[in-house]
Design a protein around this ligand. Structure first.
Ligand SMILES: NC(=O)c1ccc[n+]([C@@H]2O[C@H](COP(=O)([O-])OP(=O)(O)OC[C@H]3O[C@@H](n4cnc5c(N)ncnc54)[C@H](O)[C@@H]3O)[C@@H](O)[C@H]2O)c1
Length: 262
């Protein structure tokens, strides 16, 4: 039987670690040719090497998603290595814990630059490539439950993720006729380095008194009884990268173990 994603050329940004790395492994295991893109050259190369060691196809690309030239280079390298681009996962992101009244202009710009502008630039450059190829293509953005609900003290992060949902819907409307689809995945509470940053932020801001308290509090009501692992996002990533989702666009798939109903 042929692998589900055989022959598909896929970029995953922020794939040096965490959710992006797990998705990349899962996509490569189904036969896709991966570009592991991250601002950290070291972790991008580690993930790509691990995929190759497991028998998959992957190159590493250093990218800062907020820099257009860097994004163009990532797409050019992908086309050179894999012959084309079929799917892009815009997954790179950052988080910051900051009480609502303490968010500074600098905090806002830092978070919105990576999570908002970075996603816009990657979408634009991927769409240019899809149009030049005349093939259509798939855009899959990592939003969040924070793109569906406002949480304190993560208001600017939530604003960035609502923005990702908006960019997804707008692109779906703009490019559907060209067979370019855009969907997003909204994870819940995922045990990655990002949540360590968020949890430390709660403690540093005096909102919690011990390590892991915020993580445990946010996870407490999850209907399936546990927080997410990065691997919990792999199934939906494979689905959205595959032909099985061809007739879907503009959608946000919440994969949170049962936290937010939309
Ligand atoms: N962890 C969670 O609970 C959770 C929940 C919902 C959504 N998300 C989203 O999932 C995505 C992945 O998160 P994660 O938990 O794996 O985080 P993570 O911090 O473990 O990984 C994020 C990766 O993005 C990379 N990155 C950061 N800025 C970049 C830039 N400017 N250019 C290129 N790469 C950059 C980092 O180097 C890192 O490898 C993010 O968009 C995040 O907002 C995470």
């Amino acid at each position: 039987m042929q692998a589900e994603l055989a022959g598909r050329a896929i970029i995953v940004t922020g794939a040096g670690r965490g959710i992006g790395a797990a998705m990349a492994h899962g996509l490569a295991a189904e036969g896709a040719a991966l570009t592991i893109a991250d601002i950290s050259t070291e972790t991008a190369e580690e993930t790509a090497e691990a995929i190759r060691a497991a028998g998959g196809t992957a190159i590493a690309a250093t990218v800062d998603v907020t820099e257009r030239e860097s994004v163009k280079e990532m797409i050019a390298r992908t086309a050179e290595a894999h012959g084309k681009l079929d799917v892009i996962f815009n997954n790179a992101g950052i988080a910051q814990t900051r009480p609502f009244l303490s968010i500074t202009e600098e905090d806002w710009h830092r978070v919105l630059d990576v999570n908002g502008l970075g996603v816009l630039i990657c979408m634009q450059e991927a769409i240019h490539r899809f149009l030049d190829q005349g093939t259509g293509g798939k855009i899959i953005n990592t939003a969040s439950i924070a793109g569906k609900q406002g949480y304190e003290p993560l208001a600017h992060y939530c604003a960035s993720k609502f923005g990702v949902v908006a960019l997804t819907q707008a692109a779906a409307r703009a490019f559907g006729a060209r067979q370019i689809t855009a969907n997003c995945i909204c994870p819940g509470v995922v045990a990655t380095e990002m949540w360590k940053v968020i949890d430390k932020g709660f403690k540093d801001e005096g909102l919690t008194s011990r390590d892991n308290e915020a993580f445990e509090t946010f996870s407490a009501g999850i209907l399936l009884g546990r927080p997410s692992t990065a691997d919990d996002l792999v199934g939906v990533a494979r689905f959205l990268a595959s032909g099985a989702s061809d007739y879907m666009t503009g959608q946000s798939l919440v994969v949170d173990g049962g936290m937010v109903f939309v």
